[in-house]
Design a binder for this molecule. Sequence first.
Ligand code: NDP
Ligand code: HSE
Length: 431
Amino acid sequence: MREVGIGLAGFGTVGAGVYLNLEKNRELLRERIGCDLVLRKIAERDTLRPRPVPLPLDRVVPDWRDLLDDPSLDVVIELMGGIEQPRQMILEAIQRGKMVVTANKALLAEHGAEIFGLAVEKRVPVFYEAAVAGGIPIIKSVREAFVGNHFLRVRGIVNGTSNYILTRMAESGMDFASALREAQEAGYAEANPALDVNGWDAGHKAIILASLAYGFWVPSQDVLVEGIEKVTPADSRFAAQLGYTIKLLACIDACADGSVEVSVQPSFVPNGNILASVNGVFNAIAVRGDVVGDTLFYGRGAGQDPTASSVIGDLADAANALLSPRSFYGFVPHGLYGKLRPASEMVSPFYLRLGVEDRPGVLARIAGVLGEEGIGNSSVIQPESQEGEEASLNLMVHDATRGQMLSALEKIRSLDCVRGEPAFYRVEASA
Ligand code: NDP
Ligand code: HSE
């Protein structure tokens, strides 16, 4: 039987999962693909450190360049994380005609145009299913299953760590730091967990999905990305009182003028919306196509085995491409879309939380400022407080642009009755 030689760079959480599951399901893969996926070499820089899965030392080489020098390797898997070393490795692999599998969303979001440009030029495919939503086959679905659709919109919970933290905080009142520690221990978090918390890991995934859906590389500097660091227990409580759950939501919309909106923001999701019940490490992505209508993908968005499942799926695709080549390199650019809509023009209802002096006329002044900006209130909650004390004013407002909200907030901040920094969140529609 034909063997496909594989080299792996990075034997961490995901790399070890690929190694274990390739061994475990070897027979099954052989039957299904009609060839043997043979993991011949593993590049790791530290061979002495004790690891949860022991390194198979007979296959270990100290440098990823050793993988590229080996003619018996047809495919290389990049699972080191980071940007510059993986970028060099992948570009060099393509130059040398070795197919690539990677889970590195940060790299693809920043350097996708360069990598896929070279892939097309050299006719060498790059596979990246694990880069978005762990074990959920969303890349293949958007690229292949929905090839006959214009994408109208995508909504996704695409970061397992932040969803895990929000869930633990809401369900068991756990503090932020302890919930993050649990996510790290479970292997969900990035080597630099700031990316999970500040929204950028989800941002990278939103950029990859939007780029794939609309055929142009979305510039990361123009994407609105906010993380979960600003979400307080009070926000979660008020959300619950109003019938919402706070989720870190990636939002991708095709606009009527042909531009595309891309953002990641903590959002008030109505409890009737199925995304509100996606908890823990689970991810979910709702895709609306002009032909298929509404679809929903759900599964584990991070962790050793789910991510390995996607990497192995890519290895099978690479083996198929090797055995029966076709003209597919991983990304197909086109010019039907191509413009990103500025974040200031994005429209949604908003939730606004303010600390204010508890005295007559305050609510009217706030409503007055909102009215000047053309923003209408839809509801107000002000928990009881003693006159003269600081009160918490919680408002829901009707559809407004983010630009209108920001300019209203600037005025509200300068009112002498407002205490501290106002918080605001976009509110997601119910379906
Ligand atoms: P880990 O940090 O657990 O593993 C990375 C491994 O690569 C470490 O053993 C690291 O060694 C090694 N490494 C780093 N640089 C080099 C190098 N230059 N040469 C050789 N080895 C190197 O990361 P994960 O397995 O969690 O993630 C890997 C990739 O997969 C990342 O891009 C991540 O974003 C992505 N991903 C992760 C998911 C998850 O659930 N964990 C899910 C989806 C994608 P050392 O420890 O010495 O630095
Ligand atoms: N750190 C990422 C997450 C890993 O928590 O979703 C999966 O991409």
